[in-house]
Write a protein that binds this ligand. Sequence first.
Ligand SMILES: Cc1ncc(COP(=O)(O)O)c(C=O)c1O
Length: 474
Amino acid sequence: MLLYENLAHEFSTLISDGHMRPGDRLPSVRHLAQQRKLSISTVVQALRSLESRGMVEARPQSGYFVRRRPARMLETAPGHAGMAPDQPVQPVDVGLSRRLVEVLHANEAPDMVPLGSALPATELLLAPRLNRLYASVARRQPRILAGSSHGDLNEAPLLRAITHRALEWGCTIAPEEIIVTNSCTEAMTLCLRAVTRPGDTVAVESPTYYVMLQLLEAMGLRALEIPTHPVTGISLDALELATRERKVAACLLIPNGANPLGSLMPDAAKQRLADLLAARDVPLIEDDIYGDVCFTGARPRPVHAFDTHGNTMLCTSFSKTVSPALRIGFVAAGRRTADIVLQKTLTSGKTNPLTQRVIAELMESRGFDVHLRTLRRRLADQVARTRDAVARYFPVETRVTDPQGGLVLWLELPPEVDCSALHQRAIAAGIAFVPGEMFSASGQYRNCLRLACGQPWSERIDDALRRLGGLCVA
Ligand SMILES: Cc1ncc(COP(=O)(O)O)c(C=O)c1O
């Protein structure tokens, strides 16, 4: 090989093995010439040869960079590209739990590369700090576990911590409307129980978080799947039409950092949503679990902040920011507080008071904001790296979301790819993910999938994505 070919080969290997990523800057021509004892013209020839192969690009005054094959952005509501908002959607029965259990069970097998569950890696969360806080709070409050199971549902310090924090996001939550729950899932369950009866219709984003669909299935509710834009969230025109045309018992939505699309409703849309639902007397069950892990500067406000009618029940938990094993969340239930208190009393009674005090102290501690900032930055970085890898390794026609928050990516593969069949091949190859069909009650999204980006970037993840991309065309 000629000298320039040697150098070009070295960089092309670094790039194709993923050691240099799209957007990374190559050392300067002068630096390379000095370091490798080559002439300037040899280095330039090597870089031009990489450029002509589309591997690097020259940027004026800045040098050479690994070329981005930009991830193709998913720009329309998935599965609804040609759909006009005046085309009504129909409610459907939900029947995916059995299949979902199989998928999640397969994903949990030992040694899987964990691109399935939307959970931040343990090292990004606060388990060790929790251990210390449990010991310390128990020492200072020796009678904390001596109370009753169904008495006062909420510990006062936690109510204070929640109301303080909500004010920081520009949202007034009154202590009287809070019910502490065992998780966000429990909060949503209580809300659905309070405002629906079997056979009712509930509007959801499409695609939506599969556990929401499971809840509807378990309660005999029908899903009305409303087209959802990957950046700005649910189509309000479609929702407007749907709630005009038929009785909708509730909306169950994720306005901030939706799972799986990562969309974030703009403030004006949140205001319109709050007004529309209040005017039609359709309760909103708002899942705000990703509000604290959005990537868009200030912490986005929940729809609850725009609702002056007490029609929004804001549900959330600390599963994405502190520990999913903690099992603590809350609902701010507006004018339906008494109904939710009744449901909570009937369902599980008081949430563990020691855990309530622990999370209250954690939220009020000085380090908590720093923790949230670091977590957001790390998740945004992991999502961006996974997106880059999708652009490198998946079929060129693949379109992928650019999430505004959260920790998942949604991919739309070429129409001929069956992602449930792909899932079986991936499981055999030790790679977990969730096929798109699990996010729809009506069997949409066969050629879509969700990738979780909760794990710090590693060669193992990069390699799994490379292999998964290969399996799409196998
Ligand atoms: C949108 C959404 N809501 C709720 C949950 C679950 O929350 P919890 O663990 O508090 O029940 C998840 C977890 O993946 C989620 O993505």
